[in-house]
Design a protein around this ligand. Structure first.
Ligand code: NCD
Ligand code: ZN
Length: 347
């Protein structure tokens, strides 16, 4: 027996596309299902100025399969040297949709990020004034804070003070991983949103560490204990307001993942919608999937809803995890394994 499900075409509010051969390999995977995506700026060197964003947008459009109606929503990487005038002009012209704050050292390619948030206060004030949203990687980088506690400590010691100092700033807590972040979101009011990834809704730290270490599940923020995953999944599948999909699909070559010091990042662009349909079906909440993937985020960002649709099909037989991709001249890329049978595919 098959069943189909038609949804408004989704958006991905947190996506890493990289550059060059990797960009050309992964972009079609997202463009097949998604209408738009917030494009992360953590290239090497990062996308810091309006001119950098314009050039990167050009490379993305060049890599896009012909006639794919995909729109990259560009971002700037906030540094302590960011020029508020350049940033505000890039937003006013429609070139960028948001700005990303990486605490220096928090994650992949975050060396040029912010060491002292007080230094960027004038930029944050200008953003609040001009209505530019701030996407935040919410983890402290202090050595004495345990990696599993870094999100909670960031919310208390950095994010909450930042938001109090900057009333009027629209903030998105990126890739939240804990019930603490959910609690903070719920208290946060209309200017606070949050994204959650496909993998943080489906796996916990036991999947990563029991019976052997599974480097393909290593990402930042690190996956937490099961109670956090359950809280996130319950929130997403019950239509929690201001909580929406940002896959954080973050491709790294297998050689860089399967190493003595492996890179952080899960590549889920190829099968995110199938995984989410499975998760929402298991929660008896297929009727809430469209809000999570296709309207809550767009509404929070003030973007029009996508006019067209995608259709998923459910089959009795599980659909295998997609095969890895070949990045020409560079190596292979492994697709996220959601650790359970998936019965859905996008037609
Ligand atoms: C991301 C990457 O590889 O760029 N990695 C990850 O584990 N999520 C960076 C990020 O979003 O933290
Ligand atoms: Zn990311």
């Amino acid at each position: 027996m098959t069943q189909t499900l038609t949804l408004r075409r989704p958006d991905d509010f947190h996506l890493h596309l990289r550059d060059g051969a990797m960009l050309r390999t992964v972009l079609p995977e997202t463009a097949r299902d998604f209408a738009r995506a917030i494009i992360m700026p953590n290239l090497v060197p990062p996308v810091v100025t309006g001119a950098d964003a314009r050039a990167y947008q050009g490379r993305i459009m060049e890599a896009l399969p012909k006639d794919a109606p995909f729109e990259p929503l560009m971002t700037l990487y906030l540094t302590e040297e960011t020029d508020p005038e350049d940033l505000v002009a890039a937003h006013a012209s429609g070139l960028i949709t948001a700005v990303k704050l990486y605490p220096a050292g928090a994650t992949t390619n975050s060396q040029s990020g912010v060491r002292d948030v007080e230094k960027v206060q004038p930029v944050l004030d200008a953003m609040a004034e001009a209505g530019v949203p701030l996407c935040v990687h919410g983890e402290v980088t202090t050595h004495d804070v345990d990696i599993f506690d870094r999100e909670q400590v960031f919310i208390e010691t950095v994010l909450d003070p930042l938001r109090r100092r900057t009333p009027g700033l629209k903030v998105i807590m990126e890739h939240i991983t804990t019930s603490h972040a959910l609690d903070y979101l719920r208290e946060g009011g209309p200017l606070l949103g949050a994204t959650v990834t496909t993998h943080h809704l489906m796996i916990d730290r036991n999947h990563m560490l029991v019976g052997g270490v599974r480097p393909h599940y290593y990402c930042l923020p690190i996956v937490k204990r099961a109670t956090h995953r359950t809280a996130l999944a319950e929130a997403a599948t019950s239509g929690q307001e201001r909580l929406f999909l940002g896959t954080d699909s973050a491709p790294h070559l297998d050689g860089a993942k399967l190493s003595a010091c492996g890179c952080a990042g899960v590549f889920s662009a190829s099968n995110t919608m199938a995984c989410l349909a499975q998760l929402f079906e298991e929660a008896d909440a297929l009727d809430k999937l469209e809000a999570f993937t296709s309207s809550i985020g767009a509404t929070f960002y003030g973007l029009p809803l996508n006019p067209d649709t995608i259709t998923l099909e459910r089959s009795d037989a599980p659909v295998p995890v997609p095969a890895g991709l070949d990045v020409p001249g560079e190596g292979s890329l492994t697709v996220f394994d959601p650790a359970r049978p998936i019965h859905w595919r996008v037609l």
